[in-house]
Ligand binder design. Structure first.
Ligand SMILES: C[S@@+](CC[C@H](N)C(=O)[O-])C[C@H]1O[C@@H](n2cnc3c(N)ncnc32)[C@H](O)[C@@H]1O
Length: 251
């Protein structure tokens, strides 16, 4: 992970959970967020742990909200389902680059057991908060969330022992020059995480550890990750999934 300035913890409502986070994340706490800076702030907003900037930026903070993702789902967007090989009883997936867990939640909604692997401590804290709220949400959401497990470690470590059916990778892609076109939320996420510099090593390890296939999410016109070439791809307007089949799924 390249060095990006660490966010600050802000506790405007005196939320008791923040003390645990301060210890867990080892970040500095500020009484008032510094105005006129780009500093990222971690705080609780309407019961959700979020990352955002000073309120004067008028930027929507980012958080993990599986109930909202479930409400906003658009049936028919099944490219990812195709990419992971369809619905299969007991399919195990390691989402090695979990991020905000959106793809992981989608794969769990297809019935897969998904291990979410996230190495960035603040992103992992957002996920842990989202999973806790998701498990208390309406039954349909809680049922999907029950198939998600979080490991707040690097996938390079996790995959030394895990051998799931499918390994899914969606590494950070260098920020687009056409930044006006990049969603604001993605820019915020990029400022928090930076870019992933070890994607080739992750793909190489994933290809050794997956039982059936490795799936890599890429922007539509981006080259595949350097290394062995994918055998085929599943493409849409906004995204492409490169598929590295290893062994056929049992019929
Ligand atoms: C583009 S985001 C993934 C977004 C995710 N697919 C979603 O639907 O929300 C990439 C994430 O992968 C994480 N990441 C990258 N390499 C990793 C690794 N080796 N182990 C664990 N997490 C990693 C980054 O910290 C970042 O949060």
């Amino acid at each position: 992970m390249p060095l990006v300035p660490p966010p600050l913890i802000w506790n405007p409502d005196g939320d008791a959970h923040i003390d645990g986070l301060v210890t867990q994340l080892g970040l500095s706490v500020v009484a008032e967020p510094p105005e006129n800076t780009d500093s990222l702030l971690v705080f609780f907003n309407e019961g959700r742990l979020v990352v955002g900037r000073h309120p004067s930026h008028r930027e929507h903070p980012i958080c993990v909200d599986f109930a909202e993702q479930y409400r906003l789902r658009r049936p028919g967007k099944e490219l990812l389902l195709k990419a992971i090989g369809g619905r299969r009883a007991g399919l195990t997936v390691v989402d090695a680059t979990a991020g905000l867990g959106r793809d992981g939640f989608l794969m769990a909604s297809y019935g897969a057991q998904v291990s979410l692997c996230e190495r960035h401590p603040v992103v992992a804290a957002l996920l842990a908060d989202g999973l806790a709220r998701g498990s208390r949400a309406e039954a349909e959401v809680a049922e999907i969330v029950s198939r998600l497990r979080l490991s707040a470690i690097s996938a390079l470590e996790m995959l030394t022992t895990a051998t799931p059916d499918v390994i899914y990778l969606d590494p950070m892609f260098p920020e687009s020059k056409k930044s006006a076109l990049v969603k604001k939320e993605m820019r915020l996420f990029h400022s928090l995480v930076g870019s992933d510099e070890d994607t080739e090593a992750l793909l190489a390890l994933a290809l050794q550890r997956a039982k059936h296939r490795v799936v890599v999410k890429r922007p539509p016109h981006a080259p595949p990750i350097a290394g062995p070439l994918p055998q085929f791809a599943v493409s849409g307007k906004a995204v492409r999934f490169d598929i590295y089949p290893l062994r056929a799924f049992p019929t």
